[in-house]
Design a protein around this ligand. Structure first.
Ligand code: GLY
Length: 349
């Protein structure tokens, strides 16, 4: 996790000049809400979004569908054993079970999700099959696993030795605060096991794409809050909370403390704000401010970030705390990493 934290710092510093210039151009573009469609593009949350976007781009650059692109892209962090907040090697719940949440959605309101799914490396692929092969939207727990196995997925151990060690470290104190401060000390880019708050390392990949034909889609996948209560489900598999797509308007996804995103129907809110004429960035900011208004005494302990793309491919993001970043990939640049705007410019710890 230290490596990832250092990587983020190095990336943000090293790439700052060109990334910021590029971010400035993107921000200038979205000042107008009547942009023409500017070509295929994929965006995703955090530094690990860079590698995920590259995988998604292999689909988009060949004229593939945005839905296939996001499903392909987020499988990269799901398989990354150094990533302890998504997929295999995710930190377990407080009882030692790795439980995964994921959702996927297209521009026409088709969607699928799984929650509290165990033993399957790629929950996003199960979510896609919930969407494609069932009349339902969300399958959970044992039922989701039963469905996955019936579809041919292989059961495997997701708790790696490294995650098991971190869990046992946490067990020494087992301080459990189902609190909103799980990211503020570290923004999910590491998090020492047993850190204050007891639930460091917590971030989600949310990915949004528009393909060459202008079709939007999104995906969101996470192992959720480290050391969470057994059965706890965050925003990521909840359509309208962690992910929402509407082909008439745009798409949004979230990262951070899922409880706060669910309470405010965060991603749906961002899309509806764009429908009312806000740019992606303005919509993300307003959704963040709504959370803050409801938690006026706790905002310095809380991290939530939103990422949005409108139907023209314009992108924006906003977070409560400094430290959120998002990756952008299009025909011009495949490895962009942009620091998000935030309400607070420094982290509180
Ligand atoms: N945002 C992911 C979660 O709260 O589980």
């Amino acid at each position: 996790m230290t490596d990832r934290r250092n990587f983020l710092k190095a990336s943000l510093l090293g790439a700052s000049a060109s990334a910021l210039a590029w971010a400035g151009k993107l921000a200038a573009k979205q000042a107008s809400t009547s942009q023409a469609f500017s070509g295929a593009r994929v965006v995703s949350t955090w530094d690990f979004g860079v590698a995920a976007n590259k995988a998604a781009w292999t689909v988009l650059s060949q004229g593939g569908h945005a839905l296939d692109a996001v499903e392909t892209g987020v499988q990269v962090p799901e398989s990354d054993l150094k990533n302890h907040s998504v997929g295999k090697a995710g930190y377990p719940d407080r009882d030692g079970h790795v439980t995964l949440d994921a959702s996927i959605m297209d521009a026409d309101g088709n969607c699928g999700a799984v929650a509290a799914l165990e033993h399957i490396e790629h929950p996003i692929c199960v979510a896609r099959l919930v969407m494609d092969r069932t009349p339902h939207v969300l399958l959970v727990g044992e039922g989701a696993l039963q469905f996955a196995l019936a579809q041919g997925f292989k059961k495997q151990e997701l708790l790696t030795p490294e995650s098991d060690k971190a869990w046992h470290e946490w067990l020494k104190t087992a301080r459990y605060q189902p609190s909103i401060n799980s990211e503020v000390h570290d923004y999910g880019h590491g998090g020492s096991p047993g850190m204050p708050g007891g639930a460091g390392n917590h971030d989600t990949i949310g990915m949004l794409a528009i393909d060459a034909q202008g079709r939007l889609a999104g995906a969101c996948t996470t192992s959720g809050m480290a050391w969470k209560m057994r059965g706890r489900v965050g925003d990521s598999p909840i359509i309208g909370a962690g992910l929402y797509v509407d082909g008439e308007v745009g798409a949004a996804t979230s990262t951070g403390v899922g409880e706060e995103v669910i309470r405010n129907a965060g991603s749906f809110l961002v899309v509806e704000l764009m429908r009312q004429g806000r740019s992606p960035q303005e919509a993300c900011k307003e959704a963040v401010m709504r959370i803050i208004r409801r938690r006026p005494t706790q905002t310095k302990e809380l991290q939530v970030g939103f990422l949005a793309m409108n139907k023209h491919g314009d992108v924006g993001a906003w977070a409560i705390q400094h430290g959120f970043s998002y990756a952008v990939c299009d025909a011009k640049k495949q490895d962009g990493l942009i620091p998000s705007s935030s309400v607070y410019s420094t982290s509180f710890s």
